[in-house]
Design a protein around this ligand. Structure first.
Ligand SMILES: C[S@@+](CC[C@H](N)C(=O)[O-])C[C@H]1O[C@@H](n2cnc3c(N)ncnc32)[C@H](O)[C@@H]1O
Length: 296
């Protein structure tokens, strides 16, 4: 049987599917046409990762990282125990679909699963299944936690969401076999590079307005100081002759006097591209917004 193309197994804020054509244009051809290592330090749902894995079978290895250890646990379980994960997800899916039309019971089921997830006491495969279940059933597929790392997104209004996409889990599991999975701060990826490495950075966006919640992925806020620490890391990679591509929101589109990224990345090449963001609770903010693609 021909295996299916692996695609992201999660909905994730800032999913990059729309930006891929632009990213493709800015790839360093000499690197991606040979043997290379691909590093994605803020992987999220991995839209670019899965595209790269498919497009460049010559890629020697990939290294992915995210500060969200529950997210990386889900990747690890898909990579190592896809069958076990599928059997748990199938149970969750049957139970949830059977409650369709019984709103109070459905709600009680969701919140019970959320509570169980937040204990973080279950086996790692169950934790991964709960993570995927919550992602598929919660409001807009958001991932938001409180100060104690408690997931607190309410139930979404999907009738019968796909909770167990068996074929894709097997495809992802297969694709992840040459991928090293790390969880922690992005700077640790530097310990995993060799001669020819290409980094793609998709950090939490600099918010376009004070009320924007785009950077609320993890407990720690990614503020301007953090954006500058990331620029310093990119400068270091540049000195070490590694290639990188970085995306972020175009704050200048909102306020023409805001030169934050133009200034901090003045030594590099900045292009402005259109991108559609799929997750935003405020419908007025859905739709086309400019993004920055910065390369060295
Ligand atoms: C914009 S999202 C990436 C979206 C991804 N490109 C996709 O297609 O889904 C940013 C990610 O950075 C992670 N993150 C935040 N701070 C981090 C840090 N200091 N080191 C590593 N990852 C971090 C968040 O958990 C989140 O998953």
């Amino acid at each position: 049987m021909e295996s299916r193309i692996a695609k992201p197994f999660l909905k994730w804020a800032g999913g990059k599917t729309q930006l891929i054509t632009e990213i493709e244009k800015s790839l360093p051809k000499d690197v991606v046409n040979g043997k290379f290592t691909y590093i994605e330090p803020f992987v999220g749902s991995g839209a670019v990762l899965f595209w790269m894995l498919e497009k460049f079978p010559n890629m020697e290895k990939a290294v992915i990282n995210d500060i969200n250890s529950d997210l990386i646990n889900a990747y690890k379980i898909i990579a190592s125990k896809p069958k076990e994960l599928i059997s748990i997800l199938q149970i969750f899916q049957n139970e949830y679909h059977n409650l369709d039309g019984k709103n109070n019971e459905k709600k009680a089921y969701f919140y019970k699963k959320r509570e169980l997830y937040n204990t973080r006491n279950e086996e790692l495969s169950t934790q991964a299944a709960l993570f995927i279940f919550l992602n598929r059933t919660c409001f807009n597929g958001l991932y938001r936690v409180n100060k104690n790392n408690g997931f607190n997104v309410p139930m979404g209004s999907y009738k019968k969401p796909t909770i167990c996409d068996t074929e894709n889990i097997f495809a992802v599991s297969n694709a992840l076999q040459k991928v090293e999975l790390l969880s922690g701060d992005y700077e640790q990826t530097l310990n995993h590079i060799d001669k020819k490495s290409l980094f793609y950075f998709d950090p939490p966006y600099k918010p376009l307005s004070n009320t924007s919640s785009f950077n609320a992925y993890a407990k720690d806020v990614f503020n301007d100081e953090e954006q500058i620490r990331l620029r310093n890391f990119c400068s270091k990679l540049n000195v070490l002759k590694h290639h990188w591509i970085l995306s972020n929101s175009d704050v200048k589109g909102k306020d023409t006097n805001d030169n934050f990224f133009d200034e901090i990345y003045a030594d590099f090449s900045i292009s402005r591209v259109k991108a559609r963001r799929s997750i935003n609770a405020n419908p007025e903010k859905r739709g086309e917004l400019n993004e920055l693609l910065i390369t060295n």
